[in-house]
Design a protein around this ligand. Structure first.
Ligand code: 5GP
Ligand code: MN
Length: 340
């Protein structure tokens, strides 16, 4: 088990140098990981750090299976499939996820690892237990924190580093539309562009959808529910819908961003019904915390974007969601409305 060695060391620059030191001081291989079901911030952060460490001559494993819409980004052979066994003498660099949340870390089994862990993350629910930590929920994206880490590693920004890091920033700021976009966010993004980051290429590539995306979208729109006077917007996807559309689970994630644009909506919930368990993707605004609802359901994330998996069939999981939503609307003083 890793311990906290950062007590009393909460300031950001000190944490940046601590993780850079831990990465540089390690002689053996580094295994770079992020959360399962990776998004642009997860893969962008992993590629940014992996490429930088390889440039420094380090042996790096980056086990990360990618969803279809992100497969354009890595070079052939840069990422690999899930790690079967941990390499001898490895350090784990865990990005964009809490290293203590074993079930959320993708690519390798953290429960089977007893070596040193570096954790770089911006989730408010992070438990902050690692050998070297850089955790700052005020940062919009882990990829943006990686820019500071690369500076501390003295690795100059090149196009190959800047492009994946910009993808991370684009993803977690909703293309610089969310409230987590600060002047510093845009300054860092500008630095990445100056280094050659391919902004237009990233967006052209990541936003292309196969026909099944649209067929499935029809089904998702048919399942939309407006609750609590339109404050809560939900939609559900299950296996039967995927089969009818000929799509797969990878097509599903982007739909929640469409739900969150419903006028008057304060909470959007995309429900992935896997049969034996249910994953909720939550997005909120206007004083409502998606994070509070996710935490009540055993998950986590950020205040405006969070998620949880409930190990129960749909009806049961939905009951728990509905209760957590009502509690959060009451807390946020946006009174729950009677349901028909
Ligand atoms: P998404 O809905 O896109 O899967 O996730 C939204 C945010 O919540 C992301 O930052 C993601 O890392 C986090 N998140 C999603 N599901 C879980 C979960 O089950 N547990 C925790 N701790 N975080 C989650
Ligand atoms: Mn992130």
């Amino acid at each position: 088990m890793t311990q906290t060695i950062n007590s009393g060391l909460d300031d950001y620059p000190a944490q940046v140098s601590a993780v850079a030191q831990a990465l540089l001081a390690h002689d053996g291989p580094t295994v770079v990981l992020a959360h399962e079901n990776p998004d642009g911030d997860a893969v962008g952060s992993v590629l940014g750090l992996t490429r930088a460490l390889r440039e420094l001559g380090r042996e790096v494993y980056a086990p990360m299976p990618l969803p279809r819409y992100l497969q354009f980004l890595p070079e052939d052979g840069e990422l690999e499939g899930p790690l079967e066994t941990w390499p001898e003498g490895a350090l784990a660099a865990v990005l964009d996820v809490d290293n203590n949340d074993f079930s959320r870390v993708g690519g390798a089994d953290m429960a089977a690892f007893s070596g040193p862990v570096v954790n770089i993350d911006h989730h408010g629910t992070n438990l902050r237990r690692a050998d070297a930590l850089l955790v700052d929920p005020s940062q919009p994206a882990t990829a943006m924190m990686l820019v500071d880490v690369l500076d501390a590693l003295n690795v100059p920004l090149t196009e190959a580093l800047a492009t994946p890091l910009l993808l991370g920033m684009i993803t977690d700021t909703g293309s610089f539309q969310f409230s987590n976009t600060t002047p510093q966010t845009l300054r860092t993004a500008a630095r990445l562009l100056e280094a050659g980051a391919r902004l237009n290429w990233l967006n052209e590539q990541r936003l292309q959808n196969p026909p099944t995306y649209y067929t499935l979208l029809r089904e998702v729109l048919n399942s939309m529910e407006f609750q609590h006077d339109g404050q809560v917007v939900l939609a559900r996807v299950n296996e039967a819908m995927l089969e009818r559309a000929g799509g797969n689970w990878e097509d599903v994630d982007p739909y929640v961003n469409m739900l969150r644009n419903a006028e008057g909506g304060k909470l959007a919930v995309l429900i992935k019904d896997f049969g034996d368990k249910v994953k909720f993707s939550l997005r909120s605004r206007g004083g409502v915390s998606a994070q509070n609802i996710a935490v009540a359901l055993g998950g986590g994330g950020h205040v405006p974007a969070a998620g949880a998996t409930v190990e129960a069939p749909y009806a049961e999981a939905r009951e728990l969601l509905d209760q957590a939503v009502i509690a959060e609307l009451a807390r946020a003083q946006t009174p729950p409305q009677p349901q028909e």
